[in-house]
Structures are given as structure tokens and as C-alpha cells.
Write a protein that binds this ligand. Structure first.
Ligand code: UDP
Length: 456
């Protein structure tokens, strides 16, 4: 293997296009993760190709993000958006086009990092076809998700089977929190190799503006008590818990309370059943006058919203990691989050924010009130959050850990070394004496080099 192929990596994210706008439809944390990991790995010298499914004829097939990092869109099924639960049947075509891309470009990816269960199936097939090594990040576990929703989709069994198989066969699984690793062991399988490498955030962008400047930019009064939600409209996100908690907030009765619910489509456009449902609850609770729905917020404007807020609330029923929490913390804003999943890892109660049981409206209302009612303490929590993100959750740090993992996996295993040595011995047995002496010397030299690599 030469050094160019050694530093090449394919990130596969069939349904989460790293090059599209975030915050709409099914675009969320996975898209942000793949894009940022890809760009940061590119900075570290990896040739990063991020493969996703093309959903419209208008989309470019290849988007070059930076010198070493690009998104490649492959066709699988017709060129239209297909919900992720209906995508499985198109994966064989995705693989065919992936193989075609390799052939046309004259290289094979020795290492593939797959994202979400659909892509994990693609990775497992590529391992069978061409021996690629596989790293996998789940982003969401069916075994956990199906415990928190009522309508179990038809694809559920297929997903659970694939999720077990990839855990047991991938060279390495990346859990983004200790809690996610525990869930894999408890609910999926005791076999397989798991490393914990968290998700990250851009600590230069998130944290680049202070509260006074942010409020001036957004036209928010300096004495307002601002509660913020950022994310997709999905019942799992617990926006209902948040709006009910805000309506219950004691401070809201006599102070200038405001609620911003960011994400989804632009105002006036429908964003599916959940957006309509939340709006009608807001009306019913009589808090329409203090609630705004600004629609999708770009990654560029988001730091201003987080910085302007007194508290950022993540009331998800379940959250494998929850990027929004660390983005808010990076902007020195305290977080009130559900006491579940990755949020238990990112948010440290009384240090960077507070945790409350999921769907517990009075507990969320009390936690929001505690923070809004104690500005000095809230500032301390904000600083604690920023410190925690700087030390644990920067994309640069995350990419460095992934890069070390990839490098380790690309080195030949002891078994591969024995095999290649045996092949060499076999071929030298047929040589005349002079050439035999020469090739034995070369063999000794190359084995010594490989042993050093393995020892590292
Ligand atoms: N996001 C955004 N604009 C929006 C709403 C969300 O850019 O209007 C981003 C948000 O900043 C975060 C991601 O979408 O990076 C959501 O990730 P998270 O892990 O919190 O939730 P997921 O969507 O994966 O369930």
C-alpha cells in the first residue's frame, strides 16, 4: 500500500448529505458531523471523500469543500427525496455506483467510515466485495429509538439486525458518549470493538460574539429573559415539553419572558405535522405573543442566537449525543436538558446547566426558572460550559482522535504480516541462489520495518 492510498478515507452518509442546508426535513446532527469531521480530517492531510445519495437532478454531483475534502453524490433510486425508512431497497444501486466511481478513478478505499445503519450495510457489503476495513458511527440506535416512539416503522426488524451485525463485524465502532456505548452493550451485543470519540463543535465560530452584541444584532431587549430552542421539528425533540414548561414558568408571569423556537422551514411555510402541532399548543397555552418561530437558522447566524439566549433548552425524549447542547455551551449559554443519553455526558448538572427527567414539564419549568432567576449563577454555568467544550468537544480534537484510529486500522495486522511473509517465502523458493540471497535480504528488511509499524 503506498502512502496516498493509506491517507484516503471514504465517509459514507447515504441519507445525510454533508453539503446541504442544515435544520430542515431530515437534515440535522449527522450532516453537521460528517461535514465537520471531513473538513477537519482534510486539514490533517487525509484525502476525504464523503459519499451521499443524490436527491435532485439540480444537485451538483461533486462539491469540493476544501483542497482535500469533497462531497460525492451517487444515484440510488429516482432523483427525489426519500424518507430514510424507505431507503434500504436502493442501497444495492448505491453500492454499484460507488464501485463504478472507484473504477473510474483508479483507486479502492481501504478504509470506510459509515454513518447511520443504512450506510453501515453499505460498508459491510464493501468489506465482503473488496475487503475494506470499516469504522461505524450509529448516530441513533434502533434499539433505543423504538423504545421511545409509538409508531414502529416496517423497516424496524431489518434495522435491528443490521445494527447488531455491524457492531460484531466492523473493525471499530465509534460511540459518541459513554452512555451510547452502554446502550450498545445492553441492547445490541456484547461482541465487537467500541471506542468512545465524541461529536464536536466549531469553538471559534460558536463563541465568537457576546450577549450584548448578539442582542443588539437581533433587536432583543437587554432586560428580556430569553429561552431558546434550536433543532428539527420532530416529536422526539420534546418541543411540547419546552413550550408547556415556559407557560408554567413563574418568572414568565411578571418578567419579560421570550421564547424562540428555531429550526424548520421559513415562517409561513408548513413544516409538517409537528410544526403545526406545536404552534397550536402555543396558541392554546396563550403564549403566542412571547413566542417566535424564525425558521431555519444558518450555522453562521446560530452563534448569535445562542449568545443572546439566557438559557438553551434541549428537552428531547432521547438524544444519542445532541450537538445543540455543546453549541450553546460553546457560546457560554447554560443548558437545561433531558437527563438522557449523550446529554448526560455533555451537560454537567450545576456546572454547565441542569438536567431534568424527559417529558417532566414541572421539572423543566423549575430548572428554567432557577437559571433565569439567578443571572450571576447563570453566568458561572455559561463559563463552565465553554470550558467543558474547549477541553472535550472541539472538531479539531475529535478529528485528531479519529485520525489516530484510522492510522492504527490501516497498519497491517499480525495475521496480514504472517500471510505476506509466507507469500514471499513461497515465491523466493523458486529462485536461483543469487536472487534468493538478495530477496531474502529484502524480506528481512521489509519485515523489520513492518514490525516497527505494528509495535507502534
Ligand atoms: N441546526 C441548524 N439550523 C437549524 C436547526 C438546527 O443549523 O435551524 C443544526 C444545529 O446547529 C445542530 C444540528 O442541526 O448542529 C442538530 O443536531 P443535533 O445533534 O442537536 O440533533 P439531530 O438533528 O441530529 O437530531
Amino acid at each position: 500500500m503506498n502512502s496516498t492510498t493509506q491517507r484516503r478515507i471514504a465517509l459514507i452518509s447515504v441519507h445525510g448529505d454533508p453539503a446541504i442546508e442544515i435544520g430542515k426535513e431530515e437534515a440535522g446532527g449527522q450532516n453537521v458531523y460528517v461535514r465537520n469531521v471531513g473538513e477537519a480530517l482534510g486539514q490533517l492531510g487525509w484525502q476525504v471523500d464523503m459519499f451521499t445519495r443524490k436527491v435532485s437532478a439540480k444537485q451538483e454531483t461533486i462539491v469540493q469543500h476544501s483542497e482535500n475534502c469533497r462531497t460525492i453524490r451517487l444515484q440510488a433510486g429516482s432523483l427525489e427525496f426519500v424518507p430514510r425508512d424507505d431507503l434500504f431497497e436502493y442501497l444495492p444501486e448505491f453500492i454499484d455506483n460507488f464501485l463504478k466511481f472507484q473504477t473510474e478513478n483508479g483507486f479502492t478505499y481501504s478504509l470506510i467510515h459509515t454513518n447511520y445503519w443504512l450506510s453501515s450495510w453499505v460498508g459491510m457489503e464493501l468489506k465482503k466485495i473488496q475487503g475494506s476495513k470499516q469504522v461505524h458511527t450509529y448516530h441513533s440506535l434502533g434499539a433505543v429509538k423504538y423504545n421511545t416512539i409509538e409508531d414502529i416503522p416496517l423497516i424496524a426488524n431489518q434495522r435491528l439486525t443490521v445494527e447488531k451485525e455491524v457492531l460484531e463485524t466492523a473493525e471499530r465502532i465509534v460511540a459518541t458518549s459513554p452512555q451510547e456505548k452502554e446502550h450498545m452493550r445492553e441492547l445490541v451485543s456484547l461482541e465487537g470493538n467500541i471506542d468512545i470519540i465524541p461529536c464536536g463543535t466549531d469553538i471559534r465560530q460558536f463563541g465568537c460574539i457576546d450577549r450584548v452584541a448578539a442582542r443588539a444584532e437581533l433587536g432583543i431587549a437587554s432586560d428580556a429573559k430569553l429561552v431558546l430552542y434550536v433543532g428539527r421539528f420532530d416529536p422526539r425533540k420534546g418541543i411540547e415539553t419546552l413550550v408547556r414548561a415556559v407557560a408554567e414558568s413563574k418568572l414568565g408571569k411578571n418578567e419579560n419572558l421570550q421564547l424562540i423556537i428555531g429550526g424548520g422551514s421559513r415562517p409561513g411555510q408548513s413544516d409538517g405535522i409537528e410544526r403545526d402541532r406545536i404552534e397550536s399548543i402555543v396558541k392554546e397555552l396563550g403564549i403566542s405573543d412571547i413566542t417566535t418561530f424564525p425558521g431555519r437558522l444558518t450555522q453562521e447566524i446560530l452563534p448569535t442566537y445562542y449568545a443572546a439566549a439566557d438559557v438553551s433548552v434541549v428537552a428531547s425524549h432521547y438524544e444519542p449525543f445532541g450537538l445543540v447542547a455543546i453549541e450553546a455551551m460553546a457560546c457560554s449559554t447554560p443548558v437545561v436538558a433531558s437527563d438522557v443519553g449523550g446529554l448526560q455526558y455533555t451537560v454537567v448538572p450545576e456546572e454547565t446547566g441542569l438536567l431534568a427527567p424527559p417529558q417532566d414539564v414541572p421539572a423543566f419549568a423549575a430548572a428554567i426558572d432557577r437559571i433565569l432567576g439567578n443571572p450571576e449563577w447563570a453566568e458561572k454555568l455559561g463559563k463552565g460550559g465553554r470550558k467543558r467544550v474547549e477541553s472535550k468537544f472541539s472538531w479539531d480534537g475529535v478529528a485528531t482522535q479519529l485520525s489516530e484510529l484510522y492510522t492504527e486500522l490501516l497498519q497491517p495486522t499480525a495475521k496480514e504480516l504472517v500471510q505476506s511473509t509466507a507469500e514471499l517465502v513461497q515465491s523466493t523458493a523458486k529462485l536461483p541462489v543469487k536472487e534468493l540471497v538478495q530477496s531474502t535480504a529484502e524480506l528481512v528488511q521489509s519485515t523489520a520495518k513492518k514490525s516497527v509499524l505494528v509495535a507502534k
